[in-house]
Design a protein around this ligand. Structure first.
Ligand code: MN
Length: 501
């Protein structure tokens, strides 16, 4: 993943003075063992053990420092003993980093034959964590709750999943997305309030004239292009006409020049993603297709037709996915045999090869739209299996994350004349309910398809952002879904009050 910071997570344990020094030393030792154990389990970020907290001043001080610490991307809290939660009010009110409440217990089993009141006094998370959870609920503070013994593989995996979500949130804070040109003219869903997005999500979207990019593309050296074309040869099956000495080799070199120019622009400006639009290509020889595909595969966010929300969401989901199997996507066309309906998803060019099933083919074909030279592109079928198809939309007063759980399947027949990368999928619960629900929810035609994140992670990400998340899944019924949208409309309207968005 390009431009991704190394993060740390602070592990904090709550207690109080009542128990005496000896017990508190045991609490601290148990926390150390848990943190060492979790760190040895291969989490994506390091947990940093913090001192046991027993009073409001220390709690406030620690959570303020966590909020201001550049490497700290979140806090994991556990109440080993009973920690009266009024002590936590001041600190939690100041906490700006994502919070995971780990409801665990140091010992896995009760020592049935030896258990006494000393043991009972030390191992109180069963009620201590309830007291803590009550206050977080009362404060309406967003948090994830993970329950179970800390050595359970499912618990470790949920902590790992959440760390990736919190990493994605951390990554958005202060992130910049470059928008080359504006929106595709007259399109509604790709538009939105960029100021509201920056207030809510922490990233900014900065517009650039296409001339700024053209200048950088033109500055790329022939040697750099030679090197990149070599890389293409290693990674892809290149169609003969694009190969060295082939009649269209110059087009491949132009594509490589674009890729190098855009990457340099993004690196020099510290951007995490970008958008293009085929309506503004002045000075570019071709629509950047191969460049968008390869930059996505490196972890950059991308949105076509000026779709900055998709660019930002793609970046976030790629961080959650650890860079794997996640692409910009568009519901393109349907196959509608009765009872066996499916979606053919694709785009003009820009599908990320991280979802490719096999080695991609690198070929060149005419592109009717945009009025430029024929662009080389990677062509492949997507890997099959369950996936999430997500979109972020601006409802004018707030944002909504909409997700359909889908199953990517092999194309039903070969597609010898389709010169773009594609995925075919079945919607859950089935085609007509999924599409009806999607349209009622105002979902975009642009989505982020991922085979490496799960629903809980997306819900958790929306919680941290304080936005609505709605899911169309195997259980969705239209009546209940429409009622959920209406209920959420009220909740999110009231919850945001007179806030900016
Ligand atoms: Mn599109």
């Amino acid at each position: 993943m390009r431009n991704l910071a190394v993060t740390e997570y602070w592990f904090i344990t709550g207690s109080q003075h009542l128990y005496g020094e000896k017990t508190l030393r045991q609490v601290a030792e148990h926390s150390r063992v848990i943190v060492d154990g979790l760190n040895a389990s291969g989490l994506p970020s390091k947990l940093i053990l913090q001192p046991v907290l027993t009073g409001p001043e220390a709690i406030r001080d620690l959570l303020e420092r966590a909020s201001g610490d550049a490497r700290c991307a979140g806090v994991i809290a556990w109440m080993h003993t009973f920690s009266p939660a009024k002590m936590w009010i001041g600190g939690l009110r100041r906490l700006t980093k994502p919070l995971l409440h780990l409801h665990t217990q140091f010992n896995r089993e009760l020592p049935w034959s030896s258990i006494d009141m000393d043991f009972m006094n030390l191992n109180q998370s069963a009620h201590g964590d309830r007291e803590f959870g009550h206050l977080i609920t009362r404060l309406r503070h967003p948090r994830e709750v993970v329950v179970g013994h800390w050595q359970n593989p499912a618990v470790v995996s949920q902590i790992e999943s959440w760390i990736r979500v919190a990493d994605a949130w951390h990554d958005w804070q202060g992130a910049r997305f470059a928008r080359f040109g504006d929106n595709m003219r007259s399109v509604a869903v790709t538009e939105g309030d960029k100021v509201a997005a920056e207030i809510r999500f922490g990233f900014s979207v900065d517009g650039y004239g296409i001339g700024d990019l053209v200048q950088r593309v033109n500055a790329v050296s022939e040697t750099e292009i030679d090197r990149l074309v070599e890389e293409y040869t290693d990674l892809y099956t290149i169609t003969p006409s694009l190969q060295r000495n082939g009649p269209q080799h110059a087009s491949l070199r132009d594509a490589a020049r674009q890729e190098l120019g855009i990457r340099a622009f993004l690196q020099e400006g510290n951007f995490k993603g970008f958008t293009t639009t085929f309506e503004d290509l002045h000075g570019l020889k071709q629509l950047p297709g191969l460049a968008a595909q390869r930059l996505m595969a490196e972890g950059y966010g991308f949105g076509a037709e000026g779709d900055w929300k998709s660019a930002a969401l793609l970046r976030a989901i790629k961080v959650i996915a650890g860079g794997k199997q996640t692409s910009f996507m568009e519901d393109y066309t349907y196959d509608l045999p009765l009872g066996d309906e499916l979606v053919l998803g694709s785009h003009m060019l820009e599908i990320c090869p991280s979802i490719a099933r096999d080695r991609p083919a690198l070929s060149i074909h005419p592109l009717g739209i945009g009025g430029r030279e024929d662009p080389p592109r990677l062509v492949f079928d997507a890997s099959t299996g369950p996936a999430t198809n997500a979109t972020l939309i601006d409802l004018g007063t707030r944002f909504r994350l909409l997700v359909n759980e889908v199953d990517v399947i092999p194309p039903q027949k070969p597609l010898p004349r389709l010169p773009v990368a594609r995925a075919t999928w079945k919607c859950r619960p089935e085609f007509s309910t999924a599409c009806e629900a999607w349209i009622h929810a105002g979902g975009s035609h642009h989505t982020i398809l991922s085979q490496a994140v799960n629903r809980r992670q997306l819900a958790s990400f929306a919680d941290i952002a304080g936005i609505e998340a709605v899911f169309i899944d195997a259980q969705t019924s239209i009546a209940a879904f429409r009622q959920e949208l209406r209920t959420n409309e009220i909740y999110y309207h009231l919850a945001s009050g007179f806030g900016a968005n």
